[in-house]
Design a protein around this ligand. Structure first.
Ligand SMILES: NC(=O)c1ccc[n+]([C@@H]2O[C@H](COP(=O)([O-])OP(=O)(O)OC[C@H]3O[C@@H](n4cnc5c(N)ncnc54)[C@H](OP(=O)(O)O)[C@@H]3O)[C@@H](O)[C@H]2O)c1
Length: 205
């Protein structure tokens, strides 16, 4: 698949690495072109100098930026996102913020013509390109109101080495953002090493 990744921080780097390694064509955009170029050289991907250029021809666009940056990017590229699969990886850091709509639902409102999918947020960046723990695949939860978009991202998640879990509609992003926050809080509180990840055990058929 053609994957565009906007942002080259911890998550952008890990997801770009995992996607490229899995045989996808990865295009990267960053605020500073040299940052995108440097990552692209490391992982056999393509760097471009604008977000608009990155999403042209992309089947899946991953926004690997803080939630606070999303509105500005949506203003810039929203008109080019019509019908595109737009992956939201953002998280929340205060349990009081979990009330009401999720970040993913807010992003769907910012870009109503895009097909927003929540994915990868429950995985720390340290795990996004390293999905196995003790020979067990971590789960990659995917939620969206668009069935086709959800299936496409489930396929991406699986190709990157995770067990894909269809979490249902975009409202389930509220639960996924809660799961991520719990993992973050546990690592902060206990001084863990930010390597823990979610695995649902037991029969799934
Ligand atoms: N870190 C994790 O383990 C983890 C796991 C799951 C989900 N997430 C979520 O993933 C997202 C990215 O996290 P991260 O850890 O990769 O953060 P990060 O390392 O701080 O990287 C953030 C990236 O976003 C870019 N950015 C920031 N503001 C921007 C703006 N206004 N316009 C365009 N680009 C902007 C930054 O560009 P510059 O370098 O130019 O500042 C940088 O490339 C967050 O929403 C976070 O909640 C993080």
């Amino acid at each position: 698949m053609n994957i565009a990744i906007i942002g080259v921080g911890s998550v952008g780097r890990s997801l770009a690495t995992a996607a490229s390694r899995s045989g996808h064509a990865v295009t990267i955009a960053a605020r500073v072109f040299e940052d995108a170029q440097s990552l692209a050289q490391d992982i056999d991907a393509r760097a471009v100098s604008s977000n608009t250029e990155a999403i042209t021809g992309a089947e899946i666009v991953i926004l690997a930026v803080p939630f606070d940056a999303v509105q500005e990017i949506a203003n810039e590229i929203g008109s080019h996102l019509e019908g595109k699969v737009l992956v939201d990886v953002t998280n929340r850091f205060d349990p009081r913020d979990l009330d009401g709509a999720s970040n993913a639902e807010l992003i769907q409102n910012m870009v109503p013509t895009a097909r927003v999918v929540k994915a990868f947020n429950t995985l720390f960046a340290s795990r996004q390109a390293d999905p196995m723990i003790d020979d067990i695949e971590l789960d990659g939860f995917v939620a969206s109101d668009d069935d086709g978009a959800r299936q496409q991202v489930l396929a991406l998640v699986e190709s990157m080495g995770f067990r894909p879990i269809d979490a249902g509609p975009l409202t389930m992003a509220r639960a996924l953002e809660g799961m991520a926050l719990l993992n973050i809080a546990l690592n902060m509180t206990n001084g863990w090493s930010w390597q823990t990840g979610w695995k649902l055990l037991g029969p799934t058929s």
